[in-house]
Design a protein around this ligand. Structure first.
Ligand SMILES: NC(=O)C1=CN([C@@H]2O[C@H](COP(=O)(O)OP(=O)(O)OC[C@H]3O[C@@H](n4cnc5c(N)ncnc54)[C@H](OP(=O)(O)O)[C@@H]3O)[C@@H](O)[C@H]2O)C=CC1
Ligand SMILES: O=C(O)[C@@H]1CCC=N1
Length: 279
């Protein structure tokens, strides 16, 4: 299978790294293009051996699957640059946060099969949490194909398209929340007298162990939390501070805000297109 990436940023790299690491495709079968950053393309070529192209026609020609991996704000220009070379036989896979498959089809101005996805950057090590949804013209077999691609680089589940906004708020952005917690815990560990290296190791291993416990035991997060929390002990004191600072509510608002932002980004582009159509 030949895959073209339109956009060569962190998400494209994470998917490329994952696909190659898992042997899903050969480096010769991956073509990458971007807007202008030649140095970035060269570095992807050096690191992964993929083919890099400035010419957009050459980049998409012969690809079975075309990944749209530019920022949502660049979707219009990015699609504009390739749309006359894309054919109905090619499957479009979008990773664009917030942008609906209908809007993507409108931007291409042709009836294309589009699968919308929301992976995360842990794809780079085969641990993405991805959800996908199919556009109106995509088939069940398109969905199965894309699910198998993403399953090679982590977990991949199928959802209704509208749910991808919430998925973005939870697992698309999710790694950043966890890094935020890691940063905060490391900083706090230093304040309590631990060395930087020791703090980093303990924090990352604690996150890793807790994630494995969530996946490998049948226990809910709440049960696992209670098991750590001895009455009158250290954890209870720590958690009571988190409760006092309303950290749980903060997460509720964090994910709500990110979900809303995904909807807004989709609406901003749709509105722009409506304005252009009416002028
Ligand atoms: N980062 C993440 O954790 C996640 C991101 N996503 C989605 O992935 C997409 C990419 O995000 P991310 O990788 O972080 O973004 P980056 O900013 O890292 O990369 C964006 C890429 O798009 C390229 N680009 C911009 N305009 C065009 C154009 N007109 N034609 C071709 N390529 C273009 C840029 O090229 P140049 O450098 O030359 O301008 C750059 O290579 C976004 O839509 C985001 O919503 C989804 C899940 C997680
Ligand atoms: O922050 C963003 O908009 C993108 C989408 C999910 C993760 N990063």
């Amino acid at each position: 299978m030949k895959i073209a990436f339109i956009g060569a940023g962190s998400m494209a790299e994470a998917i490329i790294a994952g696909l190659l690491k898992q042997g899903i495709c050969a480096k010769e079968d991956i073509t990458v293009t971007n807007k202008q950053d030649q140095q970035r393309l060269e570095s992807l070529k050096d690191k992964y051996g993929v083919t890099i192209m400035e010419n957009k026609e050459a980049a998409v020609k012969g690809a079975n699957v075309i990944f749209l991996a530019m920022k949502p704000k660049d979707a219009k220009d990015g699609i504009q640059a390739i749309k006359s070379y894309v054919t109905k036989e090619q499957l479009i896979v979008s990773v664009l946060a917030g942008i609906s498959t209908d809007v993507i089809q409108d931007l291409f101005e042709q009836e294309l099969r589009v699968i919308r996805s929301m992976p995360n950057t842990s794809a780079a090590i085969g641990l993405s949490a991805t959800a996908i949804a199919k556009g109106s013209l995509a088939t069940e077999s398109d969905l199965t194909l894309v699910q198998s691609l993403f399953s090679a680089i982590g977990l991949c589940t199928i959802v209704e398209e509208d749910q991808l906004h919430a998925v973005t708020g939870v697992s698309g952005s999710g790694p950043a929340y966890i890094y935020y917690i890691a940063e905060a815990m490391e900083k706090a560990a230093l304040a309590q007298g631990l060395d930087t290296e020791v703090a980093k190791k303990l924090v990352s291993q604690t996150l890793l162990g807790a994630a494995h416990m969530l996946q490998e035991t049948d226990k809910d997060a709440e049960v696992l939390r209670r098991e750590v929390t001895s009455p009158g002990g250290t954890t209870q004191r720590g958690i009571s501070v988190l409760d006092d600072w309303k950290v749980s509510e903060a997460f509720e608002n964090c994910i709500k805000g990110a979900t809303e932002r995904s909807r807004e980004m989709g609406e901003e582009l749709a509105e722009k297109l409506r304005e252009m159509a009416s002028n």
